[in-house]
Ligand binder design. Sequence first.
Ligand SMILES: *[C@@H]1O[C@H](CO)[C@@H](O)[C@H](O)[C@H]1NC(C)=O
Ligand SMILES: *[C@@H]1O[C@H](CO)[C@@H](O)[C@H](O)[C@H]1NC(C)=O
Ligand SMILES: *[C@@H]1O[C@H](CO)[C@@H](O)[C@H](O)[C@H]1NC(C)=O
Ligand SMILES: *[C@@H]1O[C@H](CO)[C@@H](O)[C@H](O)[C@H]1NC(C)=O
Ligand SMILES: *[C@@H]1O[C@H](CO)[C@@H](O)[C@H](O)[C@H]1NC(C)=O
Ligand SMILES: *[C@@H]1O[C@H](CO)[C@@H](O)[C@H](O)[C@H]1NC(C)=O
Ligand SMILES: *[C@@H]1O[C@H](CO)[C@@H](O)[C@H](O)[C@H]1NC(C)=O
Length: 410
Amino acid sequence: MKRSRIYEISIVTVLVLATIAIAVTTVVLVLRQEDELMRKDHSENLQLVQLIFRHGARTPTSQLPNDQYFNYTWPEGMGGLTTHGKEHMFKYGQLIRDRYHFYIENILSRNVIAQSSPVRRCLETTLAVLAGMMKPLKSQIWSSIFGLANEWQPIGVSTVEKDSAYLLGDSPLCPKVDQLDDMSELPETKQFLANNENFLQRLSNQTGLNVSGSKWRLVAAMYDSMVCEKDYFGDEYKQPEWVNKVGPDCMERLKAFNDFVFTVNKYYKAPYHRLTAGPFIKEMLLKMEETVNNAININNRKLYTYGTHDLVVSRVLAAFGFLKEQPRFGSGLIIELRSDEQNPNQSNVHLLYVNGTNNFDIYPLYLNESKTFSSYCSEIHCSLDNFTTSLQSFIPDDIKVECGVTTEKQ
Ligand SMILES: *[C@@H]1O[C@H](CO)[C@@H](O)[C@H](O)[C@H]1NC(C)=O
Ligand SMILES: *[C@@H]1O[C@H](CO)[C@@H](O)[C@H](O)[C@H]1NC(C)=O
Ligand SMILES: *[C@@H]1O[C@H](CO)[C@@H](O)[C@H](O)[C@H]1NC(C)=O
Ligand SMILES: *[C@@H]1O[C@H](CO)[C@@H](O)[C@H](O)[C@H]1NC(C)=O
Ligand SMILES: *[C@@H]1O[C@H](CO)[C@@H](O)[C@H](O)[C@H]1NC(C)=O
Ligand SMILES: *[C@@H]1O[C@H](CO)[C@@H](O)[C@H](O)[C@H]1NC(C)=O
Ligand SMILES: *[C@@H]1O[C@H](CO)[C@@H](O)[C@H](O)[C@H]1NC(C)=O
């Protein structure tokens, strides 16, 4: 009798202990998982996130007669976002969701504010990014009938017509920029063309397309189309025969022409940056000012996205002093506003480059190593006040007046 009771008690004890052990293990595991997430997460001290990105992979916007795929009919049309481009940018949205997990899980969907260039590929890119980034939380599921409601929620995207797309368009109406943008007259351009004179002749000879003299910009367009076609056809891509005939340096030099066209604006001065990158810089600073001037809580926490073109991203990078190459598909910047760890009353700007490689390479840009910021910023990041001061000469007052489109302020 006694024995069996002791036996029962010990069974109960074992069960209780086992239950406790399981519970403790579970708690430890859950905590460890959260720990893992926290380490990956970049939400701490975060006050605002802004994303500017080039659209994803597209078909060529123009093709020259020497193009291998000159007669190909593109189902997406010329300059259309490709299926690969859609997938790539969806992935980018997911990556941002992971990176700012806690921030985004605590944001109202109406506070995700998406603006885009009016060009279709940029609008579609923005929709793909939002789909990846804003998978609905329980409270955001908008239907119990349609399975899609568990995966996707509609988020508005705004745009403006082409001529007045000063913020994100690639060709807003701005006669003054056309005057300043005289690439062929720059000493750097003359030097570059002189270094490539023989190549231009070889290229003209082999392609039967005269790209010498004033037509040298066609070489960049040639390369751009090849990049699109390579992305589009993958393993099935066929390089034109003239490439080998021109010589082993052909692809490298074609790329150099393309990068030159996209980086030449770093040789321009403040008035050019003010008219080209200025509208974005002004908007980006305004959103950060608004954030620090309001109490930050879950109801007004925001996220801004700006969908645009390589040209616009390269102009912003030129103004910031970080321009190195043509921004690849999906490349752009993340602009974070964070409260300072030592002094919570101070907000700092952290700038990150997003290299749109297959898996996206994200790395900080050192503000103290750019000539635009180094007079006021002594560290990688910079106080919002000093960041703003650094950019003062790039902030347009009335862009239409400064562009020479209207003479009076409305
Ligand atoms: C495109 O089609 C035209 C007319 O059929 C032909 O002359 C030309 O060689 C073709 N171009 C290419 C790159 O296939
Ligand atoms: C280009 O072609 C012309 C005539 O066909 C020839 O004289 C010249 O040497 C060629 N130039 C180069 C750089 O191949
Ligand atoms: C190529 O075009 C330039 C003007 O852009 C001209 O000076 C040159 O003679 C042309 N070359 C050929 C081989 O037609
Ligand atoms: C932050 O600002 C508040 C209100 O202006 C002030 O009371 C507080 O002392 C400041 N904190 C620091 C660390 O400067
Ligand atoms: C982007 O990534 C590619 C591939 O790794 C690299 O060649 C290129 O230099 C990178 N560009 C920038 C601006 O980081
Ligand atoms: C802002 O810039 C000024 C002038 O260079 C400098 O004295 C100050 O320390 C900077 N402030 C911060 C927070 O970096
Ligand atoms: C920029 O700041 C970082 C630390 O924030 C430092 O490691 C780096 O050496 C600085 N660069 C220059 C050029 O001062």
